[in-house]
Design a protein around this ligand. Structure first.
Ligand code: 5GP
Ligand code: MN
Length: 335
């Protein structure tokens, strides 16, 4: 953020306000971590913050401090709309286009109060008074730490705020291994550990809370994996029938796409998941190296994200979606 933006934010936060904080639809560790960290921080500045998530968050994030205070728009549209209409300031975190909030977009579009966007995805839309957007960061949570520093309020960061920030940095960096993990990332984390956050316990909460069904579903996903070595590509498809077979819960397929990249010589991995109720195939793309999956997803699958991690969707059947994917791959150069 530049000096003008910092002054604008300081002015906006100078007196207590009703503040709405919005993560993207199907919030992940970084979306939940950043919104909750900001929530605890704004409480300390005597504001009245409230987090409104477009839809439910996965169970593996329910332990996070303040998660029980999060309102879910899909479950209580009337009340959430009322709160949003009364908000004096809106933060949008970990996304940069309002359509990423699903139906909530229509409510947000009508608001006239200032928005502050904090995000690390490519190509931000222009809806915020202050846009703190930087694709060099591996997580919005790391940006929240910097945001608080810009306001000269680092001393307010306590164990709760630190725990939330750590969660998002850890989940969005693949536990500190993705290329966006910098020495600054590790410095932030070091400061958080000095504040007393229980880093090892946080890792356990997120990654060691598997159900037997989830592991069985992972087994099926790995069995379903197709490898196209000549195109350095692998992909997994999961049908609704298979999800049902293993009593799929929200979050169960999180991270499964990454297994495709662990095969030697594979630089592009995809997963296609059928969600029959929503009539949609949800797609995740991951790459290693210079192949830009954000670009690929924008061009072919109505999505976006980052160079090495993006999401997309298809309204066709699972098998037609895969046929389309294979056809595109046949003529795509993957380095
Ligand atoms: P995931 O595959 O984990 O759902 O998403 C990977 C990355 O791409 C995340 O940073 C996510 O926020 C982003 N992403 C997922 N779906 C979409 C989409 O439809 N549009 C855009 N612009 N980004 C997406
Ligand atoms: Mn993120």
């Amino acid at each position: 953020m530049n000096e003008t933006e910092i002054t604008t934010v300081k002015d906006l936060l100078a007196r207590p306000k009703k503040i709405a904080i919005i993560p993207h639809r199907s919030p992940d560790g970084d979306a939940m971590g950043s919104t909750l960290a900001l929530y605890h921080f704004l409480l300390k500045l005597n504001h009245i913050p409230i987090i409104i998530s477009p839809n439910d968050f996965p169970n593996f994030l329910a332990w996070m401090p303040g998660a029980d205070k999060v309102l879910v728009y899909e479950n209580d549209k009337v009340n959430c709309t009322k709160i949003l209409n009364e908000a004096e300031l809106v933060f949008t975190l970990d996304f940069n286009a309002l359509h990423r909030t699903g139906e909530l977009e229509h409510v947000l579009n009508k608001l006239t109060v200032p928005f502050i966007m904090i995000d690390h995805h490519q190509k931000p839309d222009n809806f915020a008074l202050v846009t703190y957007s930087n694709t060099a960061f591996g997580s919005t949570c790391e940006m929240i730490y910097n945001f608080i520093s810009y306001l000269d309020e680092t001393s307010r960061i306590d164990k709760n705020i630190g725990t939330c920030i750590y969660t998002g940095i850890m989940t969005d960096s693949g536990s500190f291994r993705f290329p966006s993990t910098t020495s600054s990332t590790h410095r932030v984390v070091a400061n958080l550990i000095d504040l007393g956050i229980e880093n090892s316990e946080i890792h356990n909460q997120i990654f060691d809370s598997n159900s037997y069904n989830r592991l069985q579903l992972l087994g099926r996903a790995l069995q379903n994996m197709k490898v196209l070595p000549q195109h350095k590509t692998s992909y997994i498809a999961l049908s609704q029938k298979e999800l049902d077979e293993f009593h799929y819960q929200k979050g169960d397929t999180e991270g499964v796409v990454n297994y495709g990249l662990t095969i030697k010589g594979i630089h592009f991995a995809a997963i296609f998941i059928e969600h029959r109720e929503e009539n949609i195939i949800k797609i995740s793309f991951r790459s290693q190296g210079s192949f830009d999956v954000n670009q690929f997803s924008r061009e072919h699958f109505q999505g976006g994200g980052h160079i090495n991690a993006a999401g997309g969707k298809s309204y066709d059947t699972l098998s037609n979606t895969i046929k389309k994917f294979e056809k595109i791959i046949a003529t795509t150069e993957i380095e």
